[in-house]
Design a protein around this ligand. Structure first.
Ligand SMILES: Nc1ncnc2c1ncn2[C@@H]1O[C@H](COP(=O)(O)OP(=O)(O)OP(=O)(O)O)[C@@H](O)[C@H]1O
Length: 259
């Protein structure tokens, strides 16, 4: 696995073997003067599903964008142990003129995979997210949930080792959102990618993650790193389990104190 760094190569040498992404001492000040993050340290280990929750505007997206290399820290560094990174945004950002298959294949095209391999991976991802039969549809013919499924399939086609998700289900209605949570954690149980997932929903975080990171109000700091050790795949009824509701209560309480 190639080591590279979003800041400089020196920092990548600090990575220990099972760490996929390492954020150390990261502070972010925008030119506007806003201080979004304050000395954040976070190691994401291979196979982790890390959910990040925190008050609105505390710097969650900024943190994710820095891990993606889309934003540079003002102080500190971010190091990644893989170049195989997928990104899913809240908006599905599908190309309007391309079919589901065309959209799902786009990352594999950019990666210049041979056509046969592209097709194979795209079909496997389309089947995995439950869009079989919709391959030729254009985005405007799809529901919000189906668009998000297509976006998820597009990210999976490049078989990323690290999947970064910025509130991907935030715009979906409640039922579709619960379906997508089940779908995502089933895919995680099957493929065991490493994931970093931003959300406003504490129960979504507990249902999906094996670690929930709680951030303070801006400038965001990490105030808790809570292990959620339910086995994967997780059944929807887990949400009624006492241990699940205890975790939700504990994290919600921590969040209230973090504002
Ligand atoms: N490019 C930018 N330039 C200036 N300020 C920015 C920029 N991007 C984000 N900010 C500010 O930095 C702070 C953190 O923003 P960020 O989007 O990371 O927070 P967030 O926790 O993801 O918010 P939310 O939960 O509401 O989505 C906010 O005050 C935001 O206005």
């Amino acid at each position: 696995m190639k080591l590279y760094d979003t800041v400089n190569d020196v920092d990548a040498r600090h990575l220990t073997k099972d760490v996929v992404a390492s954020v150390s001492g990261v502070t972010k000040r925008f030119d506007s003067g806003t201080r979004a993050l304050d000395r954040v340290d976070l190691d994401v280990r291979t196979g982790d599903f890390v959910a990040v929750v925190g008050p609105s505007g505390c710097g969650k997206s900024t943190l994710l964008r820095m891990v993606a290399g889309l934003e540079k820290p003002t102080d500190g560094s971010v190091a990644l142990a893989t170049e195989s990174v997928g990104f899913i945004f809240q908006e599905p950002t599908l190309l309007a003129w391309r079919s589901v298959r065309g959209n799902v294949e786009v990352c594999a095209e950019i990666a210049r995979l041979p056509r046969g391999e592209r097709r194979r991976r795209a079909q496997a991802a389309i089947d995995a997210v439950g869009l079989t039969g919709f391959e030729s549809q254009l985005p405007r013919m799809l529901s919000g949930g189906m668009k998000m499924r297509a976006s998820l399939a597009r990210a999976l086609t490049s078989e990323p080792e690290l999947l970064l998700l910025d509130e991907p289900f935030g715009a979906l209605d409640e039922m579709t959102r619960l379906d997508m949570q089940s779908e995502l954690q089933r895919l995680y149980a099957e493929r065991r990618f490493t994931a970093m997932f931003i959300t406003h929903s504490v129960s979504e975080a507990v249902f999906l993650a094996n670690r929930v990171i709680v951030m303070s109000a801006r400038p965001g700091r990490i105030v808790a790193d809570i292990a959620i050790d339910f086995a994967h795949p997780r059944h929807p009824d887990l949400r009624y389990d006492r241990r699940f509701t205890d975790h939700v209560a504990e994290i919600s309480e921590t969040l209230r104190g973090a504002r």
